[in-house]
Design a protein around this ligand. Structure first.
Ligand SMILES: [Fe+2]
Length: 337
């Protein structure tokens, strides 16, 4: 009877029936959201390992097993970036690229053109004068920031294009954008430049989007629909391998492929451990800020990530402050939008 009750609660809250015994960890998980509460915040950590221990109902478990089978067999669809985006990104990867060639490509794409003008004139990049041409915009941003801008715009369009489970896609996107802002803000405490930190964090959980599409497609054959518990279990089980496959498909380069494929167990990422630790830290900072868990947030000064990144103890409180400022700037911006 007790076990049945535990399972029921586990399903209701999308958490494990054999939940961690650490009371503090338990307290950090917020109550389940009602339909009227805002979508993006506070959020639970949908991809945490604890989600793997959730016990699903038979029908959902079958769906989970089918998704597992499809992933192992490589039978899943990966979203395609627009051709212009891929072409501009390929050129932007080449330090000797012809700026005029890049500008011409962007010019032929109205969405990218307007995004470039908007970004170049935004507070982050703006000079004294607004830009008057796309060429000026490319020059102002530089190739690395241009690549970030294109990926951000293309990804946002793709993931929010309504291929099913849009509510969750919006939530995952909001989290990725917030984690990316935090990673950029804390980059001066690490070896990373701000553009690289932003991009790594924006893309680290990219595997969740094909998974949502797969769940939406697969669930059409079942009556019950897709629950948060099932999404959490699928994310926890598969978002890294699917992320690796998607980053490879988008030709994002070795580092992004490696981080998308292995960031939770960052210390085991032999090639890009620091990059994986950075996104893991930014993710945790965002999570505790969104939960308004001050104690958990402060404990991050002693997290394995800050140790791994070699951030000196004297600078760790400043790092937390930088993360907090980035988070509240973003929240204010969202509230005003
Ligand atoms: Fe993740």
């Amino acid at each position: 009877m007790l076990e049945a009750l535990k399972n029921f609660l586990s399903r209701l809250f999308g958490r494990s029936a054999h939940a961690p015994t650490d009371k503090k960890e338990e307290d950090r998980v917020p109550r389940h959201r009602s339909a009227k509460e805002p979508i993006a915040r506070p959020r639970v950590n949908l991809d945490g390992e604890e989600n793997l221990r959730v016990i699903l109902m038979d029908e959902e478990e079958n769906l989970f097993v089918e998704i597992q089978r499809r992933i192992k067999a490589g039978q899943f669809e990966l979203p395609q970036l627009r051709q212009t985006s891929m072409a501009v990104m390929a050129l932007a990867n080449d330090p000797s690229a012809d700026i005029q060639e890049i500008t011409n490509l962007i010019q032929a794409d109205p969405v990218l053109s307007s995004q470039l003008v908007k970004t170049a004139n935004s507070a982050l990049y703006s000079g004294l004068e607004p830009i008057t041409s796309l060429h000026d915009g490319v020059m102002r941003l530089g190739l690395r920031a241009l690549r970030t801008m294109i990926l951000t715009a293309s990804m946002k369009g793709l993931v929010l294009s309504g291929k099913g489970l849009t509510r969750y896609a919006e939530e995952v996107w909001a989290q990725a954008a917030s984690v990316a802002s935090i990673a950029r803000a804390i980059s001066p405490f690490t070896e990373f430049d701000k553009e690289k930190a932003f991009l790594l964090a924006l893309l680290h959980d990219v595997g969740k989007f094909p998974l949502l599409a797969m769940l939406a497609e697969q669930s059409k054959r079942y009556k019950g629909g897709v629950t948060r518990a099932l999404i959490g279990k699928a994310f926890a089980g598969f978002h890294e391998p699917v992320g690796r496959a998607l980053a490879e498909h988008w030709k994002l380069g070795d580092e992004l492929v490696s981080v998308a494929g292995n960031h939770h167990d960052f210390a085991s990422n032999e090639d890009f451990g620091n990059s994986a630790a950075l996104v893991s830290l930014a993710h945790k900072l965002d999570l505790y800020l969104s939960l308004r868990d001050e104690a958990g947030f402060l404990e991050l000064t002693e997290s394995p990530e800050v140790e791994f990144l070699g951030i000196s103890p004297a600078r760790r409180m400043d790092l937390l402050e930088a993360a907090k400022r980035a988070y509240s700037r973003r929240s204010k911006f969202k509230a005003a939008a």
